[in-house]
Design a protein around this ligand. Structure first.
Ligand code: ADP
Ligand code: MG
Length: 399
């Protein structure tokens, strides 16, 4: 990675100093306002613990949900601070119900606190507009800046990009570093065979990834509803499947350009509707009934994809193979996850990006069986598209 990380900071930059850390604590809260899945909080612990162990006090900034630039109690980070305190036994964790305020500033200087969480950055009008004055003001809250919010790095906001320009050193946290290393290494220097697996609902959301990755990969497996748009381009009947009519022409061009790099399903699991999963049957791809829709790849394709993945050396996966939320349309997605599990055991680097794919893998209990499951759906997609992540660009370069 060409950006400095928290590991590059010297003791004199940390001991007794305030480390301002942008984290991604955008966690789900249940109806009673308690933290549901705390994965994102736990993902930030290594950076927090490293900073504490090196004598810094930690000041945390995060957003939660989508408040529109003003306080909304249901998006308060206060419940998150309680979970954080549970996860950091023996540490003095405090919460301040404001962010850009005298109260917050004073709290950053309180030596009785180890970790201070400030209120939701999106309660501030200037956050999403990346207001210069706000960025400068936030920069006063710390002596060094650490960005560990990979999931927010594709947005130039005051607490991600703006503050990094105003407060130096500005470095990547451990989670950010890990994300960039895994995604970056796969793209820049992959061990081969390098296989990409793309799926999900829409080809339109992934077209830039396809274009960017196609020249780099040895094979590109296509599943999900995306496959149906390719079927249509091949002149096949797709019944009631989700097809993006305005992308059929593009799919045709990709087919002729990509040759045998593109690996499409040979069979499909179809049903009359999602409400009637009991009626699901498996058919060859040229036999999709006109009154039915493809909701998953078929078993033949699942086995073929799985075998392909098991002999790969680098795999990047973005987008489920079917409507995995509804059984029995989860089996294609599970086969891909199992293939990647085996590949990882064989020494392959396996990376899962994409919010729904990550959720599917976690649900199957296979998240720890992968080399890396990205915490940032949108950010990982933009990274794979070859776009710059402004929250990363603004950090200090390595000498
Ligand atoms: P990710 O978040 O991993 O990038 P996407 O958001 O692109 O993935 O797509 C995920 C969604 O695609 C899931 O909700 C899944 O139900 C849907 N999907 C997958 N295959 C199909 C299909 N054949 N028909 C309709 N929807 C599908
Ligand atoms: Mg998604």
């Amino acid at each position: 990675m060409n950006k400095q990380s928290v590991k590059d900071l010297g003791d004199e930059q940390l001991r007794g100093r305030r480390a301002l850390v942008r984290v991604d604590f955008n966690v789900p809260l249940d109806a009673s306002g308690h933290v549901g899945d705390d994965t994102r909080i736990r993902a930030a612990l290594p950076t927090i613990e490293l900073l504490l162990s090196r004598g810094a006090r930690v000041i945390l900034l995060s957003h939660l949900g989508r408040p529109k630039g003003k306080p909304e109690s249901k998006y308060s980070l206060e419940p998150v601070s309680r979970r954080l305190a549970d996860l950091l036994p023996g540490k003095r964790v405090c919460f301040v119900p404001s962010t850009d305020s005298d109260e917050a500033m004073k709290a950053t200087h309180d030596e009785g606190t180890d970790v201070l969480l400030l209120e939701n950055t999106r309660f501030l009008g200037g956050e999403e507009t990346n207001d210069e004055r706000l960025a400068r003001s936030l920069a006063q809250l710390g002596d060094v800046f650490v960005n560990d919010a990979f999931g927010s790095a594709h947005r130039a906001h005051a607490s991600t990009e703006g503050v990094a320009r105003c407060l130096h050193p500005a470095v990547a946290g451990l989670l950010m570093e890990k994300e960039l290393e895994y995604l970056g290494r796969a793209i820049a220097n992959p061990q081969r065979p390098f296989v990409a697996v793309l799926g999900g609902a829409k080809i339109s959301g992934k077209i830039d990834v396809i274009e960017q990755m196609l020249p780099k990969v040895d094979q590109m497996i296509i599943g999900g509803a995306m496959a149906c748009t390719f079927f249509r381009a091949m002149g096949l009947e797709t019944g009631k499947s989700l097809v993006e009519e305005d992308r059929v022409e593009m799919a045709k061009q990709l087919l002729s350009r990509a040759g045998d790099k593109l690996v499409l399903p040979s069979d499909a699991r179809v049903a009359k509707s999602l409400d009637d999963p009991g009626s699901a049957t498996d058919v060859q791809r040229d036999a999709i009934p006109a009154d039915q829709a493809m909701f998953d790849i078929g078993p033949e394709s699942a086995a073929r994809f799985r075998a392909l993945l098991e002999s790969a050396k680098t795999v990047i996966w973005n987008g489920p193979m079917g409507v995995f939320e509804t059984k029995p349309f989860h089996e294609g997605t599970e086969a891909v996850a199992r293939g990647m599990e085996q590949a990882t055991k064989n020494g392959c680097t396996t990376v899962v990006g994409g919010g729904d794919s990550a959720a599917a893998v976690t649900e199957m209990g296979l998240d720890t069986a992968m080399s890396h499951v990205s915490t940032g759906g949108g950010a990982s997609l933009e990274f794979l598209e070859g776009r710059e992540l402004p929250g990363v660009t603004a950090l200090d370069d390595r000498a």
